[in-house]
Ligand binder design. Structure first.
Ligand code: ZN
Length: 51
């Protein structure tokens, strides 16, 4: 339990970078906060998602 919380805190300032799950050509960078509040992202290929 404590370890999980610690990990969350360590990632608080970090960003998550991943390839678009649809076209795999575009790198999408999101902040943890963006994920937390469910900000949508839109790739240049038209894909959009909450995470
Ligand atoms: Zn894409």
């Amino acid at each position: 339990m404590t370890k999980i919380i610690q990990k969350e805190l360590n990632n608080k300032e970090g960003r998550v970078k991943f390839s678009c799950p649809k076209c795999l050509n575009t790198d999408i960078t999101r902040t943890l906060n963006a994920r937390k509040i469910g900000t949508k992202y839109t790739c240049t290929c038209g894909f959009e998602g909450p995470n």
